[in-house]
Design a protein around this ligand. Structure first.
Ligand SMILES: NC(=O)c1ccc[n+]([C@@H]2O[C@H](COP(=O)([O-])OP(=O)(O)OC[C@H]3O[C@@H](n4cnc5c(N)ncnc54)[C@H](O)[C@@H]3O)[C@@H](O)[C@H]2O)c1
Ligand SMILES: [Zn+2]
Length: 370
């Protein structure tokens, strides 16, 4: 087992560690024994069919070594499984497995598995212990950290949920080897977001690591997952319930990103691809409003070195996007966006004029950002 980094989400009595390393899944029993977690007797392991086929057996044998009786619950992969219906099925499964409040729910998977399992874990008997083994890059750098759990409604994404912190997050970068290429590349957009928001937290800059990252070299992955997770952990520690405005900076690139995803019915863009385009858009608006010169060009250089899209893959008409931007849950009747004065200096700007928003979108679709 190679433990590369042990981070901490500092939330008083709800604090928990994030372990980043390699061979952590294959040697989970050693890690748990070393750290003296509570001696769980029973666990329900939630995974999806893709991840389950690859890693469930390994996890079950580790749980057996720990003397934990495990019950797997496998869901179809994809966003559709993040539903109230699936939460209901999972809650019934927890009840039928006679799980007690002192037992454990384990999430083995990407953000879909984590959000669903975390939610069920929070509401089942008012809370069982919850352990996350994130297997996608999105889950390792973003969704497993900070306690946001929940499911979607037909009316919108993440409309039902709760804040519920896990007992620990165990991020094994070995499992990223099997992540489909497009999923992997698009997730690098969230990593790039952290490097624009907190450039000083990076020992080696993301630009310098880009080639190794494209090749999924282990050392680069360890460093990038640990740095990104550390940034997210720090931000959520300052604003656990997302009410102080500190967590809101994580929305960088997401105003246009969410609108592009929604306007194309979630069928064209992977989330990270939309966020990549959204960050360039935010950089364009930042430049126009504050003359932070060269920001767009620097964004383009980094994002293209990570093979991320620089222009809309499909460009819906601006009117449609504008309607979606206004509906964004963080918009409150006017367009409010996270902008950058420069790298490392985010700010939230409200009441941005429609004219400017449209102008930047047009310039962008007109071929300036190739
Ligand atoms: N709670 C939060 O704070 C938060 C933050 C960001 C995103 N999210 C949520 O996370 C979800 C997206 O997460 P995601 O991108 O991980 O999607 P996902 O869970 O759907 O996983 C993406 C795909 O990769 C597969 N996969 C995962 N790990 C794999 C591996 N190691 N090898 C092979 N295949 C693997 C999955 O089966 C799936 O097909 C969305 O529902 C989003 O709303 C939540
Ligand atoms: Zn995102």
């Amino acid at each position: 087992m190679k433990l590369f980094s042990e981070l901490r989400v500092n939330l008083g009595e709800r604090s928990y560690p994030i372990f980043v390393g390699s061979s952590l899944l294959r040697e989970l029993s050693d890690l748990v024994a070393e750290r003296g977690f509570r001696g769980w007797k029973k666990a329900v392991v939630v995974t999806d069919l893709n991840v389950g086929a690859l890693y469930l057996e390994t996890l079950l044998s580790e749980l057996e070594k720990m003397g934990i009786q495990a019950f797997p619950f496998q869901i179809p992969p994809g966003e559709k499984s993040k539903s109230l219906q699936m939460a209901y099925e999972l809650l019934k499964f927890l009840a039928n497995s006679s799980l007690s409040r002192r037992d454990l729910v384990v999430a083995l998977g990407g953000g879909v598995v984590g959000d669903l399992a975390g939610f069920a874990s929070c509401v089942f008997k008012r809370g069982t212990d919850f352990l996350v083994l994130p297997t996608s890059l999105v889950a390792q750098v973003d969704s497993s950290i900070g306690g946001k759990t929940g499911v979607n409604l037909p009316e919108g994404k993440n409309l039902v949920g709760a804040f519920y912190q896990p007992v620990a997050v165990v991020s094994d970068v070995d499992v990223l080897e099997t992540l489909p290429q497009r999923e992997y590349l698009s997730s690098l957009a969230e990593v790039a977001k952290y490097s624009f928001l907190k450039p000083n937290s990076w020992k080696t800059s993301l630009a310098e690591l880009s080639r190794e990252l494209l090749e999924r070299q282990k050392e680069a992955l360890l460093s990038v997952v640990a740095t990104s997770a550390g940034i997210k952990a720090h931000i959520v520690s300052e604003d656990e319930w997302d009410i102080k405005g500190k967590r809101a900076i994580l929305n960088y690139g997401h105003t246009l990103g969410h609108a592009l995803e929604a306007a194309t019915e979630y069928g064209t863009y992977l989330h990270g691809e939309a966020v990549s385009v959204g960050m360039l858009y935010a950089a364009c608006i930042s430049e126009e409003l504050m003359l932070s010169e060269g920001l767009s060009a620097r964004h383009q250089r980094l994002l293209s070195s990570l093979s991320l899209p620089l222009k809309p893959l499909v460009a819906p008409p601006f009117d449609r996007l504008f309607t979606h931007m206004l509906q964004d849950k963080k918009a409150a009747g006017e367009i409010s966006m996270v902008l950058l004065e420069s790298e490392g200096k985010p700010l939230i700007k409200s009441g941005i004029e429609r004219e400017l928003l449209e102008e930047c979108y047009a310039s962008f679709c007109g071929g300036e950002s190739t």
